[in-house]
Every structure is written in structure tokens, then in C-alpha cells.
Design a binder for this molecule. Structure first.
Ligand code: GDP
Ligand code: MG
Length: 162
């Protein structure tokens, strides 16, 4: 079976936009409203002739009780069923306490993690992304899911990791 990549991160960081970019079509639902992807959604993709399964998740928002904690539960299940995890962070908002909470959960899960800095639409974002080294997850891979910048390089890293 194809290796499975779980895509996690706070709501609105661009997880579904990145999934669509990788798929080359608009299939994952993208919204300006946080928390639109409520469950785990699986997509078949391929890169360099090799298949992979992408799992888009609703992400974490520990500031809100109720439904959001259920969404976080879905993301934890996605991680537990994955071969590797893509943690997406939004460089325009920077690291939040929720991101740090997610990093702790990922350490406990023990899966390989690829740190992705999204919304790096231009050179300025590269400088902001350097702050993400502080998360202790290695090199932040910079992309603009919206414009496609850096996504091919990211996919190379993903396939090496899976
Ligand atoms: P998700 O909740 O993490 O799945 O985030 P979405 O994919 O739904 O995107 C949330 C918002 O961020 C939408 O308005 C997207 O258009 C926007 N967005 C996503 N990727 C980028 C990017 O690379 N650059 C910019 N500027 N905006 C982005
Ligand atoms: Mg989404």
C-alpha cells in the first residue's frame, strides 16, 4: 500500500490549500473560516512515479472547547495511522502556544516530522521562517501552497522521508 502522510497544524495555516497543490486539482475544501476540514480526509497522490496517501485534517485549536477538541482527536488518530507527519505552520502569524502543544504531541507519537512553513509567498517570508528552527524539528521547509513556491522541493523531502 502507499505510504501515508498526515498533514497537521492549526486551522487556517493552509493545509487544505497544500493538499490541493500536491494533487494538482481543487479537491480539499479551502475556506477563510478556520476549522472547515472537520475530519480526516484521505487523498491518493503521486510524486516521481511513486504513490502516497495524503490525510488532510482539521487541525488543532486548543483555545476552544467542544468541537475543536474532537477535531484535534481526529488529527491525533491521523498521526497514529501515518508513516510520517507534515506539520504546517503559518509564517505570517508565527509560532503560537498551540503549535508548541502540537509539537509535544508529535514527539510523543514518535513519527518522522517534516516541518513546513507555509505562506512564504516571497523572500521576506524566508526570513520569518528561520524562526521555526526554534521548534526543534530541524529545517523548516518553506512553501507557498497558494502560489506553488517550494512545493516540488518539499515533495522530494517527503518522498525521502516516507
Ligand atoms: P487549513 O484550515 O489549514 O486547511 O487552511 P486552508 O487551506 O483552508 O487555507 C486558509 C486560508 O489561507 C485561505 O484563505 C487560503 O487561501 C490561505 N492560504 C493558504 N495557503 C496560502 C499561501 O501559501 N499564501 C497565502 N498568502 N495564503 C494562503
Ligand atoms: Mg483544511
Amino acid at each position: 500500500p502507499a505510504p501515508v502522510l498526515a498533514i497537521v497544524g492549526r486551522p487556517n495555516v493552509g493545509k487544505s490549500t497544500l493538499v490541493n497543490r500536491i494533487l494538482g486539482r481543487r479537491e480539499a475544501v479551502v475556506e477563510d473560516v478556520p476549522g472547515v476540514t472537520r475530519d480526516r480526509v484521505r487523498y491518493g497522490a503521486e510524486w516521481g512515479g511513486r504513490p502516497l496517501t495524503l490525510v488532510d485534517t482539521g487541525g488543532w485549536d486548543i483555545d476552544v472547547r467542544g468541537m475543536s477538541s474532537r477535531i484535534a482527536g481526529q488529527a491525533e488518530i491521523a498521526v497514529s495511522q501515518s508513516d510520517a507527519v507534515l506539520l504546517v505552520v503559518d509564517v505570517t502569524t508565527g509560532v503560537t502556544s498551540t503549535d508548541e502543544h502540537v509539537v509535544r504531541m508529535l514527539r510523543r507519537a514518535g513519527k518522522p516530522v517534516i516541518l513546513t512553513a507555509n505562506k512564504v509567498d516571497d523572500e521576506r517570508g524566508e526570513i520569518q521562517a528561520a524562526e521555526l528552527w526554534a521548534l526543534g524539528l530541524g529545517e523548516p521547509r518553506t512553501v507557498s501552497a497558494m502560489h506553488g513556491r517550494g512545493v516540488a522541493d518539499l515533495l522530494d523531502v517527503i518522498m525521502e522521508t516516507l
